[in-house]
Design a protein around this ligand. Structure first.
Ligand SMILES: Nc1ncnc2c1ncn2[C@@H]1O[C@H](COP(=O)(O)OP(=O)(O)O)[C@@H](O)[C@H]1O
Ligand SMILES: [Mg+2]
Length: 380
């Protein structure tokens, strides 16, 4: 199979949400064709791709035909069935490799991998049955967070628990799925490092991005994170160790908690471009999506240098609940960039788009982005 995929070739994407959309825009800008494959139609990625294929991921004949018709395959979310990836691999290069997905799609496997390569993680324990609860609480202490081991995103499948009885009830509510109990970290800050690694092992990281979540969903990201240099360097070193340890070819994001005493704990990994890295599109020399194109097509990473301080705020479906957002108010800001994902229906908790503000400092960018978002829903 060809290792270097030149512009003009076809990149196949499994999954068709906003990450696929921004990936497709970057790829097409560089002269690639993009074919997306997902069970849905008229999707954020499909709207901007050269070809949108609507098919079940488990339709392996369809997957095989798709993989044979493109030059390389990547994916935009980690919950693609293993059989789909394995089928695609028989016909074409797939980056990142299936084993990266296998490790990162399950929180327990991911944490065990991280601990195994000596990286710090939040104290955790598996809960596979009611009988595991007491022992798990002994490991983590209380309060804690119970999370489904698989399929969690944007805080879904998570509950905060303060007593053994609450852990039991929360586990029962998950309907006997495999779960992980984690100590609730009283963090001083959350940061993430987006990293990219090419097929010849060249690795590059963006400086850490500072993140603020609301109801367990990312709300604001800003860069620079304005943390002590040694903390930032330690986070980037850990991200590098993850890239090498998992042998990632592509983009991966490491989410961290910075504890009150200044140490870092890895919260989770995402083997793809990440919501916190969206500000790289407007504020950095190379966006995280271009990095993914470069890596999966066999090219070295682009510069991760930041051009300007920036902040990104998510636009959730809730903003649509009263009336249409007043876009002209946002577009009155010369330093604010509007990104909408083309989703036809707005729902509470659904990511519809984001704003990125550029400023002279991270705080200024945060203030401008926040003001712009508030104006979207302000009454006249
Ligand atoms: N153990 C924890 N301690 C404190 N906060 C947590 C913990 N786990 C999750 N959170 C909060 O919830 C957010 C989402 O949780 P995360 O594990 O990253 O799941 P998701 O896959 O939904 O992003 C985190 O970024 C953090 O703000
Ligand atoms: Mg997360």
């Amino acid at each position: 199979m060809k290792q270097v995929i030149d512009p003009g070739s076809v990149i196949g994407v499994l999954g068709s949400g906003q990450l696929g959309r921004m990936f497709a825009v970057a790829a097409r800008q560089m002269g690639y064709q993009v074919h997306v494959f997902s069970p849905d139609y008229d999707t954020p990625a499909g709207q901007v791709a050269d070809l949108e294929i609507q098919s079940d991921y488990q339709d392996l004949d369809r997957v095989a035909r798709f993989a044979s018709s493109v030059d390389v395959v990547t994916f935009e979310f980690e919950n693609i069935p293993v059989s789909t990836i394995e089928t695609a691999c028989q016909h074409v290069l797939v980056h990142p490799a299936g084993k990266v997905l296998y490790t990162t799609r399950n929180r327990l496997r991911e944490k065990e991998f991280l601990r195994g390569i000596g990286l710090p993680v939040t104290p955790f324990a598996p809960v596979r049955s009611l009988a595991d609860v007491e022992q798990a609480v002994e490991v983590t202490g209380l309060p804690a967070v119970l999370k489904t081991a698989s399929w969690g995103y944007d805080g879904k499948g998570q509950s905060r628990v303060s007593t053994v009885e609450e852990v039991r009830r929360a586990w029962q509510a998950l309907e006997s799925q495999e779960a992980v109990l984690e100590r609730l970290v009283e963090f001083a800050a959350e940061i993430s490092v987006v990293a990219v690694r090419s097929s010849n092992g060249q690795c590059a990281c963006y400086e850490p991005i500072r993140n603020v979540h609301r109801h367990h969903i990312l709300d604001i990201s800003s860069s620079p994170a304005e943390l002590p240099l040694q903390t930032e360097a330690a986070a980037m070193d850990m991200a590098h160790a993850v890239m090498v340890g998992l042998d990632v070819i592509g983009v991966l994001c490491v989410e961290f908690f910075l504890t009150q005493d200044g140490s870092l704990l890895i919260n989770e990994l995402a083997p793809r471009p990440h919501n916190s890295g969206h500000l790289t599109v407007d504020a950095h020399v190379t966006s995280q999506f271009e990095q993914q194109v470069r890596a999966v097509c066999g090219f070295p990473p682009g510069s991760t240098a930041r051009l300007q301080p920036a902040a990104m705020v998510n636009l959730m479906g809730d903003l649509w609940s009263h009336r249409r957002p007043a876009w002209s108010r946002v577009l009155d800001f010369p330093d604010v960039k509007l990104h909408l994902y083309g989703k036809r229906t707005a729902r509470s908790g659904r990511k519809m788009g984001h704003l990125t503000a550029l400023g002279r400092s991270a705080q200024e960018a945060i203030d401008v982005a926040g003001d712009a978002r508030n104006l979207l829903i302000k009454a006249d």
